[in-house]
Structures are given as C-alpha cells and as structure tokens.
Design a protein around this ligand. Sequence first.
Ligand code: SF4
Length: 315
Amino acid sequence: MRVGIPKGLLYCKYHPFFETFFRGLGAEIVNSEDTSKNILNMGVKVCVDEACLPVKIYHGHAASIKDRCDLLVVPRIMQVHRNEYICPKFCGLPEMIVHSIPGMPPVTSAPLYMHSKKSLFQWCVSSGSAITRSRSRIRHAFELALKAQNSHKTGIMDQKDITVMLAGHPYIVYDAFLNMDIVNKLKAKGIGILTEEFAPCAASESQVKKLLKKPFWTFQRNLFGASAALYEQKKIHGIIYLSSFACGIDSVVIDLIRFHTGDFPMLVIKFDEHTGEAGVDTRLEAFTDMLERRVLNEDNRPTYGQCLYSRQNPV
Ligand code: SF4
C-alpha cells in the first residue's frame, strides 16, 4: 500500500505524526517534492480561482502524487485546541481536492480533532482501516506517531541587534518557495528573526485574554498572542507579517495586531501566484533600512505604547 502525503498546508507542523502512523501500519510513504514553480502551476490549473495561495499550492502537491499512491492523506483538520477552529478551507479540503482534481485515488476524509488523544485515535482508526482492521496494530502505530510528533519542533529564534518577528501561518513562513526565501534574505541583511513558537506562552495567553472576545480561530490566538507578547516584552524592533491574498482570517489578525501596537513598525506582505520577487525585495529592503536607521543610527527606537484594543480600553 502506497500512502501519499502532500507537502502542503500544515504538513510542516504535523508530518511526523502522519508519516510515522502510516509507516507503522506497513505502508510505503509517497511525498510530493518541495514547493516549486511546477507544483504551483499544477495547483493554479486545477484549483478554484477564489482560493488562497497555500490552498492552491496544496492542490498542486496532491495532483503531483495522485498517480503514484493508493491512498491520499488529506487531513480534514477541524480543531487543534478545544472550542477553536482552524479555517473553513481545512474543513472542506478533502471535498475541494476530490472535486477539483480528476482521477484521484481514495482520500482520507474523517474529521481530525487534535485536542485530545481519544479523538486523535478515532481519526487513526477511521483512516487506518483502509490498510488494516487490526485495532492493536493501529494502536501501536498511533503510539509511535504520537512519540514522533512530540519530538518535532518548529520555529526560528535568532536574535540580533535588530530583530523582527516573522509572523504568518506556518505554511507561509516555512515554505521558502511561497515566501520567496524571506528567511535567508533577512539573514543576509543581518536581521534577527523570532517566530511565534518562541513567544512566552504565559505572556501570549495574557494578551489574548485582554481581547474583547475569545478568539474563534486558532491562528488568531497564536499570531495575535505571540506578536503582542513579543512587542510588550520589547524583544522585537518590528513585525513582518507574511499573508496570503484572500485570507479572511489574516484580515482580522493583522488589524488586531495593528490596533494593539499602534505606530510600531509593521510590514505586511501579501502573496499570490502573481507576486513578483523584485517587489518583495524592494519592500523588504526599505523596511530593514528604516529599522536600521531608527535603531542603530538615530537611536530612535520604536515606541512600545498602550494597547488600543482590549477589555480595558475598547475602541
Ligand atoms: S487560514 Fe488563510 S491562508 Fe490559511 S488556508 Fe485559510 S484562508 Fe488560506
């Protein structure tokens, strides 16, 4: 049995779990290649125009391996934390894939609730039944998968004289093709990088609690909480937010961060399949030059002001 796992969306966070689980059941894993122009073109060709860039790229990954596998894993991730959701696109991803790409092999479609071991195991029973009916084999593979996932860490912590928070969904921050290799571009300029994984948890939580309403989206909780915490603790000199055109969640999160940080330097770069690299380079250069001038030459450090959008101070 060959099990295909596309290298798109939250693959970067959860691939040890999926790969170890299906390998534990005796399957051969077929991965797509890293995102490339070829994968992007395939995705754009089959996916609906209105989708965001990461979803189009995911379609490209799925299309590139569909003929080499007997089962395709398309996780319908519903929740990572209890009472919070991921994004409607994740909830309908198996249907999008099956109806957009002709000639698909069988696709996993069970909903995946990742907030408890019990619900995660239910997904494994449902998805693993395509390979075996043996509950003990599934249980064994599941325990191995959990162990592999728990030892997998993502995130960038590289603090320098000037450090920015690189914010955005993981599949944008960690996909060097999609974000035009922004991590290495910043490194080459001597700019330090912090990502949401390295924001202190307690401080992030306390920032989220100040919001008027409990976040509905997990991405909203993570990105707003981390940005606000790093800003309040003066660990960063600016924020670079990598976003995708047509992402509804980002339109909320970006404004929340802006309300919170006032005139703190923040650069938002939106990507779609037409984004030109020269435009991104120019904006990055202008932003990092401005930070250097402020912090190193003029000693005009960013102001760390008052939260404008909170329970204490609603606008
Ligand atoms: S959160 Fe935004 S970028 Fe991510 S899949 Fe949903 S719409 Fe696309």
